[in-house]
Design a binder for this molecule. Structure first.
Ligand code: ADP
Ligand code: 5GP
Length: 216
Protein backbone atom coordinates (compact mmCIF):
# COMPACT_ATOMS: atom_id res chain seq x y z
CA UNK A 1 0.00 0.00 0.00
CA UNK A 2 1.36 3.40 -0.97
CA UNK A 3 0.36 5.95 1.68
CA UNK A 4 -1.08 9.30 0.55
CA UNK A 5 -2.24 12.59 2.10
CA UNK A 6 -5.95 13.09 2.85
CA UNK A 7 -7.12 16.71 3.04
CA UNK A 8 -10.38 17.33 4.86
CA UNK A 9 -12.01 20.75 4.55
CA UNK A 10 -15.34 22.19 5.70
CA UNK A 11 -16.59 25.49 6.99
CA UNK A 12 -15.99 26.05 10.70
CA UNK A 13 -18.39 23.80 12.62
CA UNK A 14 -18.68 21.46 9.63
CA UNK A 15 -17.28 18.46 11.50
CA UNK A 16 -13.60 18.21 10.40
CA UNK A 17 -12.19 17.76 13.88
CA UNK A 18 -14.85 15.25 14.93
CA UNK A 19 -14.53 13.13 11.78
CA UNK A 20 -10.72 13.25 11.86
CA UNK A 21 -10.58 12.14 15.51
CA UNK A 22 -12.94 9.25 14.91
CA UNK A 23 -11.03 8.08 11.85
CA UNK A 24 -7.77 8.18 13.78
CA UNK A 25 -9.35 6.06 16.53
CA UNK A 26 -10.73 3.55 14.05
CA UNK A 27 -7.86 3.19 11.62
CA UNK A 28 -4.28 2.41 12.54
CA UNK A 29 -3.27 3.05 8.92
CA UNK A 30 -3.95 6.80 9.22
CA UNK A 31 -1.85 9.35 11.12
CA UNK A 32 -2.42 13.03 11.78
CA UNK A 33 -0.44 16.04 10.63
CA UNK A 34 -0.37 18.50 13.53
CA UNK A 35 -0.68 22.01 12.08
CA UNK A 36 0.91 25.21 13.31
CA UNK A 37 -1.22 28.20 14.27
CA UNK A 38 -0.86 31.62 15.82
CA UNK A 39 -4.30 31.45 17.46
CA UNK A 40 -4.60 30.85 21.19
CA UNK A 41 -5.28 27.32 22.47
CA UNK A 42 -8.90 26.54 23.35
CA UNK A 43 -9.75 24.94 26.63
CA UNK A 44 -8.53 21.35 26.57
CA UNK A 45 -6.25 21.81 23.55
CA UNK A 46 -2.71 20.55 24.01
CA UNK A 47 0.37 22.06 22.32
CA UNK A 48 1.95 19.51 19.98
CA UNK A 49 -1.17 17.32 19.92
CA UNK A 50 -3.94 19.59 18.62
CA UNK A 51 -1.68 22.27 17.13
CA UNK A 52 1.81 23.62 17.45
CA UNK A 53 0.87 26.99 18.96
CA UNK A 54 3.37 29.55 17.68
CA UNK A 55 3.96 33.25 18.09
CA UNK A 56 3.58 35.36 14.94
CA UNK A 57 7.37 35.83 14.84
CA UNK A 58 8.04 32.09 15.08
CA UNK A 59 5.45 31.38 12.40
CA UNK A 60 7.05 33.91 10.04
CA UNK A 61 10.50 32.50 10.75
CA UNK A 62 9.39 28.98 9.85
CA UNK A 63 7.63 30.22 6.74
CA UNK A 64 10.77 32.08 5.61
CA UNK A 65 12.69 28.81 6.05
CA UNK A 66 10.13 27.15 3.76
CA UNK A 67 9.12 24.66 6.43
CA UNK A 68 5.43 24.79 5.41
CA UNK A 69 3.90 22.76 2.59
CA UNK A 70 1.12 25.37 2.70
CA UNK A 71 0.10 28.25 4.90
CA UNK A 72 -2.81 30.67 5.01
CA UNK A 73 -4.49 33.33 7.07
CA UNK A 74 -7.81 31.97 8.32
CA UNK A 75 -10.23 34.04 10.39
CA UNK A 76 -7.44 36.54 11.10
CA UNK A 77 -4.87 33.98 12.32
CA UNK A 78 -2.05 32.14 10.57
CA UNK A 79 -2.21 28.39 10.00
CA UNK A 80 0.27 26.11 8.26
CA UNK A 81 1.16 22.49 7.55
CA UNK A 82 4.75 21.48 8.24
CA UNK A 83 6.42 19.43 5.51
CA UNK A 84 8.18 17.51 8.30
CA UNK A 85 4.82 16.40 9.82
CA UNK A 86 3.56 15.11 6.48
CA UNK A 87 6.81 13.28 5.70
CA UNK A 88 6.98 11.76 9.19
CA UNK A 89 3.55 10.11 8.89
CA UNK A 90 3.96 9.03 5.25
CA UNK A 91 7.42 7.70 6.12
CA UNK A 92 5.86 5.49 8.81
CA UNK A 93 3.75 3.84 6.08
CA UNK A 94 0.46 5.48 7.07
CA UNK A 95 -1.83 7.85 5.19
CA UNK A 96 -1.68 11.34 6.62
CA UNK A 97 -4.90 13.23 7.31
CA UNK A 98 -5.03 16.98 7.79
CA UNK A 99 -7.87 19.35 8.40
CA UNK A 100 -7.06 22.52 6.50
CA UNK A 101 -8.94 25.44 5.00
CA UNK A 102 -9.76 25.85 1.30
CA UNK A 103 -6.80 28.14 0.46
CA UNK A 104 -4.40 25.72 2.15
CA UNK A 105 -5.97 22.73 0.38
CA UNK A 106 -5.29 24.30 -3.01
CA UNK A 107 -1.63 25.00 -2.17
CA UNK A 108 -1.19 21.58 -0.60
CA UNK A 109 -2.60 19.79 -3.63
CA UNK A 110 -0.09 21.63 -5.83
CA UNK A 111 2.76 20.49 -3.54
CA UNK A 112 1.42 16.91 -3.12
CA UNK A 113 -0.59 16.11 -6.28
CA UNK A 114 -1.26 12.55 -5.05
CA UNK A 115 -3.40 13.89 -2.19
CA UNK A 116 -7.13 13.20 -1.90
CA UNK A 117 -9.33 16.22 -1.26
CA UNK A 118 -12.57 15.71 0.67
CA UNK A 119 -15.07 18.44 1.51
CA UNK A 120 -17.64 18.05 4.27
CA UNK A 121 -20.84 20.00 3.62
CA UNK A 122 -23.30 20.78 6.40
CA UNK A 123 -26.82 19.47 5.71
CA UNK A 124 -28.20 23.04 6.01
CA UNK A 125 -27.23 26.56 7.04
CA UNK A 126 -29.35 26.25 10.16
CA UNK A 127 -27.59 23.04 11.23
CA UNK A 128 -24.16 24.59 10.66
CA UNK A 129 -25.08 27.58 12.83
CA UNK A 130 -26.47 25.28 15.52
CA UNK A 131 -23.28 23.13 15.55
CA UNK A 132 -20.96 26.12 15.59
CA UNK A 133 -22.86 27.85 18.39
CA UNK A 134 -23.38 24.55 20.23
CA UNK A 135 -19.63 23.87 20.27
CA UNK A 136 -19.32 27.01 22.39
CA UNK A 137 -15.63 27.62 21.67
CA UNK A 138 -15.95 31.10 20.16
CA UNK A 139 -17.61 34.33 21.17
CA UNK A 140 -20.52 35.65 19.10
CA UNK A 141 -18.23 37.97 17.11
CA UNK A 142 -15.89 35.14 16.07
CA UNK A 143 -18.85 32.88 15.29
CA UNK A 144 -20.05 35.56 12.85
CA UNK A 145 -16.59 35.83 11.24
CA UNK A 146 -16.58 32.06 10.76
CA UNK A 147 -20.12 31.95 9.35
CA UNK A 148 -19.34 34.74 6.88
CA UNK A 149 -16.18 32.88 5.81
CA UNK A 150 -18.33 29.76 5.28
CA UNK A 151 -20.15 31.54 2.42
CA UNK A 152 -16.93 31.74 0.38
CA UNK A 153 -15.48 28.42 1.53
CA UNK A 154 -18.50 26.47 0.31
CA UNK A 155 -18.01 27.93 -3.21
CA UNK A 156 -14.63 26.13 -3.34
CA UNK A 157 -16.26 22.72 -3.11
CA UNK A 158 -15.82 22.24 -6.88
CA UNK A 159 -12.04 21.91 -6.42
CA UNK A 160 -12.46 18.80 -4.25
CA UNK A 161 -12.43 15.18 -5.39
CA UNK A 162 -15.16 14.09 -2.96
CA UNK A 163 -18.08 15.79 -1.23
CA UNK A 164 -19.75 14.27 1.83
CA UNK A 165 -22.82 15.81 3.43
CA UNK A 166 -22.21 15.52 7.16
CA UNK A 167 -25.75 14.77 8.32
CA UNK A 168 -25.57 11.54 10.31
CA UNK A 169 -22.11 11.39 11.90
CA UNK A 170 -21.68 7.59 11.71
CA UNK A 171 -22.62 7.60 8.01
CA UNK A 172 -20.15 10.42 7.35
CA UNK A 173 -17.32 8.52 9.05
CA UNK A 174 -18.18 5.38 7.06
CA UNK A 175 -18.20 7.36 3.81
CA UNK A 176 -14.87 9.06 4.44
CA UNK A 177 -13.33 5.74 5.45
CA UNK A 178 -14.70 4.15 2.24
CA UNK A 179 -13.12 6.92 0.18
CA UNK A 180 -9.74 6.06 1.71
CA UNK A 181 -10.30 2.34 0.95
CA UNK A 182 -11.26 3.09 -2.65
CA UNK A 183 -8.32 5.44 -3.18
CA UNK A 184 -5.92 2.72 -2.00
CA UNK A 185 -6.87 0.58 -5.01
CA UNK A 186 -6.81 3.33 -7.62
CA UNK A 187 -4.86 1.98 -10.58
CA UNK A 188 -1.97 4.43 -10.23
CA UNK A 189 -1.58 3.70 -6.51
CA UNK A 190 -1.41 -0.09 -6.76
CA UNK A 191 2.27 -1.05 -6.49
CA UNK A 192 3.87 -3.13 -9.27
CA UNK A 193 0.59 -3.60 -11.10
CA UNK A 194 2.23 -4.20 -14.53
CA UNK A 195 4.50 -6.88 -13.07
CA UNK A 196 1.55 -8.56 -11.31
CA UNK A 197 -0.40 -8.59 -14.57
CA UNK A 198 2.57 -10.02 -16.56
CA UNK A 199 3.00 -12.82 -14.03
CA UNK A 200 -0.72 -13.60 -14.12
CA UNK A 201 -0.79 -13.67 -17.92
CA UNK A 202 2.15 -16.11 -17.99
CA UNK A 203 0.45 -18.35 -15.42
CA UNK A 204 -2.84 -18.24 -17.30
CA UNK A 205 -1.14 -19.20 -20.59
CA UNK A 206 0.29 -22.27 -18.89
CA UNK A 207 -3.13 -23.13 -17.50
CA UNK A 208 -4.72 -22.73 -20.95
CA UNK A 209 -2.11 -25.08 -22.49
CA UNK A 210 -2.59 -27.63 -19.75
CA UNK A 211 -6.36 -27.47 -20.10
CA UNK A 212 -6.17 -27.77 -23.91
CA UNK A 213 -4.29 -31.13 -23.77
CA UNK A 214 -6.68 -33.92 -24.62
CA UNK A 215 -7.52 -36.18 -21.70
CA UNK A 216 -7.72 -39.93 -22.22
P1 ADP B 1 -14.88 21.75 12.65
O1 ADP B 1 -13.66 21.04 13.13
O2 ADP B 1 -15.13 21.53 11.18
O3 ADP B 1 -14.90 23.21 12.99
P2 ADP B 1 -16.26 20.18 14.70
O4 ADP B 1 -15.77 18.81 14.42
O5 ADP B 1 -15.68 20.92 15.86
O6 ADP B 1 -16.16 21.10 13.38
O7 ADP B 1 -17.84 20.08 14.84
C1 ADP B 1 -18.63 21.20 15.30
C2 ADP B 1 -19.66 20.69 16.29
O8 ADP B 1 -20.62 19.92 15.60
C3 ADP B 1 -19.05 19.81 17.39
O9 ADP B 1 -19.69 20.11 18.61
C4 ADP B 1 -19.39 18.39 16.93
O10 ADP B 1 -19.57 17.52 18.02
C5 ADP B 1 -20.71 18.61 16.17
N1 ADP B 1 -20.92 17.68 15.04
C6 ADP B 1 -20.05 17.41 14.03
N2 ADP B 1 -20.61 16.54 13.16
C7 ADP B 1 -21.85 16.28 13.60
C8 ADP B 1 -22.95 15.44 13.14
N3 ADP B 1 -22.86 14.75 12.01
N4 ADP B 1 -24.08 15.42 13.87
C9 ADP B 1 -24.18 16.15 15.00
N5 ADP B 1 -23.21 16.95 15.50
C10 ADP B 1 -22.05 17.02 14.81
P1 5GP C 1 -9.75 26.13 14.18
O1 5GP C 1 -9.21 27.47 14.65
O2 5GP C 1 -11.26 26.05 14.32
O3 5GP C 1 -9.02 24.96 14.74
O4 5GP C 1 -9.49 26.09 12.60
C1 5GP C 1 -9.89 27.17 11.81
C2 5GP C 1 -9.66 26.86 10.35
O5 5GP C 1 -8.27 26.72 10.10
C3 5GP C 1 -10.33 25.58 9.86
O6 5GP C 1 -10.93 25.86 8.59
C4 5GP C 1 -9.18 24.63 9.71
O7 5GP C 1 -9.42 23.68 8.70
C5 5GP C 1 -8.08 25.58 9.29
N1 5GP C 1 -6.76 25.01 9.50
C6 5GP C 1 -6.33 24.22 10.52
N2 5GP C 1 -5.06 23.87 10.33
C7 5GP C 1 -4.68 24.42 9.17
C8 5GP C 1 -3.47 24.38 8.40
O8 5GP C 1 -2.47 23.79 8.76
N3 5GP C 1 -3.47 25.08 7.24
C9 5GP C 1 -4.53 25.78 6.78
N4 5GP C 1 -4.43 26.41 5.63
N5 5GP C 1 -5.69 25.81 7.46
C10 5GP C 1 -5.76 25.14 8.63
Amino acid sequence: MIPFPIVLSAPSGGGKTTVTRRLLQQRADIGYSVSCTTRNPREGEVDGRDYHFLTEAEFRRRRARRQFAESAEVHGRMYGTLRSEVRKVLGSGRHVIMDIDVQGARQFHAAFPESVLIFLLPPSGEVLLRRLVGRDTEGREMQLVRLRAALQEIEEVRRYHYVVVNDDLEATIRRVSSIVDAEEVRHERVPRVSRTVRTLVAQLKQEVQRHAKPTR
